[in-house]
Design a protein around this ligand. Structure first.
Ligand code: C5P
Length: 222
């Protein structure tokens, strides 16, 4: 099989990164977590003391930032200006501010350029919100992963508990809904199913069942 581009989009906590990572591993493709990039920018903004709603200062800061990745278990390592921020990008504060910062044109332009550059090198599984619509519109396989808000919040709640984070299920559910709203109503590259994407509803399905469905889709297309 020729190396192809696989785009996996969908709302918060739909299981995109878990699934994308397994697929990339099995196919020996590069995995790109674009949400981690937007989270890294958010870490930089919060650390700099710039208010997240100050678009012009955020836009001026972004070109000076260097974001990089390295393999790691159970998650990829993320670096900001060569310093590791893998844990920090998942903090409640970063999660609460990332959607606002991701809505800015300067941020999106730069991230889109970087993501296309990485994808140019061949087989890639990229997950995010606008991969099938904007970043890789010619991706051979486009998946739109969804699940009910309650199930997505519950998955995140269990993950957080394992990490010792104390947010309640209701707080997580509200945060997930707010992020979905902001991500799907922003002006530039909103969260949206590409017209040629295949929707997969993961509510009630196990990770291996979802992987199986997506592999079938990949095989049918190739
Ligand atoms: O995927 P994850 O939940 O880590 O993404 C964090 C946030 O980054 C999203 O809520 C969204 O605001 C932003 N994002 C984006 N475009 C992408 C990936 C993530 O705007 N391609």
């Amino acid at each position: 099989m020729n190396e192809i581009q696989i785009a996996i989009d969908g709302p918060a906590s739909a299981g995109k990164s878990t699934i994308a990572k397994i697929l990339a591993n099995d196919l020996k493709y590069v995995y790109v977590d674009t949400g981690a990039m937007y989270r890294a920018i958010t870490v930089a903004v919060l650390r700099s003391g710039i208010a997240p709603e100050d678009e012009s200062s955020v836009s001026a800061l972004v070109p000076s930032l260097e974001i990089s990745f390295a393999p790691g278990e159970p998650v990829q390592k993320v670096f900001l200006n060569q310093k590791e921020i893998t844990q920090e990008i998942r903090s409640i504060e970063v999660t609460a501010n990332v959607s606002e910062i991701s809505s800015y044109a300067a941020v999106r332009d730069l991230m889109t350029q970087l993501q296309r550059k990485i994808a140019n090198n061949g087989g890639v599984v990229m997950d995010g919100r606008d991969i099938g619509t904007t970043v890789l519109p010619k991706a051979e396989v486009k998946i739109f992963l969804i699940a009910s808000v309650h199930e997505r919040a519950l998955r995140r709640y269990k993950e957080n508990q394992a990490k010792g984070m104390t947010e309640s299920l209701a707080e997580i559910e509200a945060a997930v809904q707010k992020r979905d709203y902001l991500d799907s109503t922003r002006l530039i590259s909103p969260l949206k199913k590409a017209s040629d994407a295949i929707e997969v509803d993961t509510t009630g399905l196990s990770i291996s069942e979802v992987v199986k469905i997506i592999k079938q889709i990949i095989n049918e297309k190739h």
